[in-house]
Design a protein around this ligand. Structure first.
Ligand SMILES: Nc1ncnc2c1ncn2[C@@H]1O[C@H](COP(=O)(O)OP(=O)(O)OP(=O)(O)O)[C@@H](O)[C@H]1O
Ligand SMILES: [Mg+2]
Length: 256
């Protein structure tokens, strides 16, 4: 190998490492480290398609749904890592931290400027949507973010809540519907219905019941067909620019 190609290789490694750091990932894991055999509910064809990164070129979104420990964050991070390797910018935040950050920016009168941090990367990963409910301000800010990225940049989102339960995240079914409408228009949903990888060793030790012992209970997540058809619309809203006043559908200020 020539000195020049060594130097080019080293520079690329440094560049990728810097991009990975900028992406703020909680850990770096790849698809090769994911045991698909452990999670048979995942359609590997869907994953292969996502790995082409076509969804990024199309500014389409990816949503991983499922209970704790099934690999939602792992797969999101793996997609982000692949995107960075391919030269795309990526940024990772939990839903809670993101909304807290933007709410602070709003209070300090710099929402537009701060919003750019989340609009600039081609891929924005929003993790753990639904573990904590959002207040009215949080829901409105989240709506603005999803509207502003709509058809411009991909969102990879993870949630433990099925779409039908998103009303409870936002405290309002109308804003939840408006957000889902934009998020799902161009999107892929990966609905993982397996058991927690974190608990597999403890299950082996007999500390938790096996899923077949819980088989009579209704599945917490709806079938992919239902997801594909989307939630029933309960209202509609017009797109809003980032700079628009901080109001959301269903939360009209009712002037007069
Ligand atoms: N199928 C798998 N093969 C290999 N490792 C896995 C698999 N599923 C999960 N893991 C590992 O188990 C841990 C938990 O996975 P992950 O953080 O992706 O879960 P999650 O679905 O995001 O859960 P939570 O909703 O609690 O955040 C991680 O260390 C992840 O790398
Ligand atoms: Mg997670």
């Amino acid at each position: 190998m020539s000195l020049l190609s060594c130097e080019v290789g080293a520079r690329r490694t440094r560049y990728l490492r810097a991009r990975l750091q900028l992406a703020h990932l909680p850990f770096v894991k790849t698809f090769d480290q994911f045991d698909f055999g452990f999670q048979p509910s995942i359609d590997e064809r869907q994953i292969r398609e996502l790995r082409t990164l076509r969804f990024i070129h199309e500014a389409s979104n990816v949503v991983f749904l499922g209970p704790p420990g099934v690999g939602k964050t792992h797969l999101s991070v793996a997609l982000a890592e692949a995107a960075i390797q391919a030269g795309f910018g990526a940024y990772f935040m939990t839903a809670h931290d993101l909304v807290t950050d933007l709410a602070r920016a709003y209070r300090e009168g710099r929402l537009d400027r701060r919003m750019r941090v989340y609009l600039a990367p081609k891929v924005l990963i929003i993790d753990e949507m639904g573990y904590l409910p959002l207040d009215e301000m949080g829901a409105t800010i989240f709506f603005q973010l999803v509207s502003a990225r709509y058809e411009r940049g991909s969102i990879i989102l993870t949630s433990n809540k099925s779409y039908g339960d998103w009303g409870s995240i936002f405290g309002d079914p109308i804003i939840a519907t408006a957000i889902l409408d934009r998020l799902l228009h161009h999107s892929t949903t990966i609905n993982i219905r397996g058991e927690s990888y974190r608990l597999k060793d403890r299950r082996k030790a007999g500390l938790f019941p096996r899923p077949e012992e819980e088989a009579d209970r209704p599945a917490p997540f709806p079938s992919p067909e239902i997801l594909q058809n989307g939630p029933r619309r309960q209202g509609s809203a017009s797109p809003r620019k980032t700079g628009a006043p901080l109001t959301a559908p269903g939360r009209s200020t009712n002037a007069g």
